[in-house]
Write a protein of this length. Structure first.
Length: 426
């Protein structure tokens, strides 16, 4: 969409911020998502575009550094993942873990078969070696796994989708607020998302910058709240951003998506923005007396509350993770954040009733060992059931005896899990 700005109009301090009437067909954007003004503006000159939203003077815009650096880092690390995936591969033998190969001389760069990784990426073992979120390793002292997932991606498709959204959201925020503030929001949102994913989905292994990117989405919303008086139509901006975020979070309730990282990253980004993303134009307007003292006090109060809440949430999250708290006793319905069976209200235990399966048996990595003595028709299965608790890294062993184990496969194993694992359906 192209936005056009009317000629700047000089106003005195007594006139306050200028207002303008927008065409209903034009797009309403927050401060961080508007194009740069082509004309210079002093404190007395504020350029307005569609919807009456203010543009910051050009002197207050920053050159993006952090976002391009993160995009480059994630792209390079994805290449390292493919290199690591081919370290143990033989040039003359194609395997499922190293199926698609780049025709280079020397080191082998390869991706797993699509049946192993449909996102065109490495095997799970490579992601684990490079720092994916795994509860058992985190609890054993590898705390760096709370950060490294932000740089890893499951494959080319995953990385490209994340980087496109990061460029769209992050570049505008960084132009308005600078690399330091955007980097702080990005990392505290991403790390908080990983922590809460580890607390609420201890059985899952996950990678990706999605939690941090959702943090920037939440920050865009928090920016509107903190700079409310600079907007001609703040409710319209809130509505558009809120609708987009809600839609993205609903899409995250499909299986095999770590929506815990998305949701809690979004919430942390919203909180952090209240403390960090205040435009310099707002501060100057306050000093010049354009805003009443009550608005200034409210803005600083929001900063103090946001900083305190961020600190307390991090402490609570780390205590829940390393203290093996049962988070589902405090929030029994939190499992619905990660996955919702569709159509909503369908019975997961009835075959074919739902479009997808939200049970931990299908998404939590159930595994089993089969034993028998004499005849396979009277065997036993020891299942490693995924659970909702942090005990033993998010798994529990359950034994099922007196079974015919002749034809035990992945499908029958999921069925056994649903019938015998205690947290199969959350």
């Amino acid at each position: 969409h192209e936005l056009t700005a009317p000629p700047p109009e000089r106003r005195s301090h007594d006139d306050g911020l200028a207002r303008c009437t927008a065409s209903a067909s034009r797009m309403h954007l927050p401060l961080s998502m508007m194009p740069t003004s082509p004309a210079a503006a002093s404190l007395e000159e504020v350029v307005f575009v569609s919807g009456g939203y203010a543009l910051l003077p050009p002197a207050q815009h920053y050159r993006p550094v952090f976002v391009p650096l993160m995009v480059s880092a994630c792209a390079v690390i994805l290449g390292v993942e493919f290199y690591e995936n081919g370290l143990d591969a033989r040039p003359d033998k194609v395997t499922k873990d190293c199926y698609y190969r780049l025709p280079f001389q020397g080191p082998i760069f390869c991706a797993a078969d699509l049946s192993t990784n449909p996102l065109i990426g490495p095997s799970n073992d490579v992601l684990l070696r490079m720092g994916a979120k795994e509860n058992k390793a985190i609890l054993d002292g590898q705390f760096w796994r709370l950060v490294t997932p932000l740089f890893l991606h499951a494959g080319i498709v995953h990385c490209v989708l994340n980087m496109v959204v990061l460029l769209q959201l992050g570049m505008r925020l960084e132009e308005a607020y600078g690399a330091t503030r955007v980097a702080i929001v990005y990392f505290i949102s991403g790390i908080w998302g990983v922590i809460m994913s580890a607390v609420l989905a201890p059985h899952s292994i996950s990678v990706g910058a999605s939690g941090a990117i959702f943090g920037l989405m939440g920050a865009s919303l928090g920016e509107v709240v903190q700079n409310w008086r600079l907007y001609e139509r703040p409710c319209a901006a809130m509505g558009q951003l809120g609708f987009g975020a809600t839609l993205q979070l609903l899409l995250g309730t499909m299986p095999l998506v770590d929506n815990f990282a998305h949701f809690f990253g979004f919430c942390m980004g919203l909180i952090a923005a209240l403390g960090l993303l205040i435009t310099p134009l707002a501060s100057r307007a306050t000093r010049s007396g354009s805003w009443p003292m009550a608005a200034k006090c409210l803005r600083h109060l929001l900063q103090v509350v946001a900083a305190s809440l961020t600190y307390l949430l991090f402490i609570a999250g780390l205590l829940a993770l390393y203290g093996n708290w049962d988070a589902y006793k405090l929030c029994p319905e939190c499992a619905r954040i990660a996955c919702l069976p569709f159509p909503w209200g369908c019975d997961q235990s009835s075959p074919g009733a739902c479009w997808w399966d939200c049970s931990l048996c299908s998404s939590g990595g159930v595994s089993a060992q089969v034993f028998w003595t004499g005849s396979q028709r009277n065997g036993s299965v020891v299942m490693r059931c995924p659970t909702l608790s942090n005990h033993d890294g998010g798994f529990e062993h359950v034994t099922v005896q007196h079974l015919n184990v002749e034809n035990v496969d992945d499908t029958s194993l999921v069925g056994l899990c649903k019938g015998h694992c205690p947290d199969a359906f959350g």
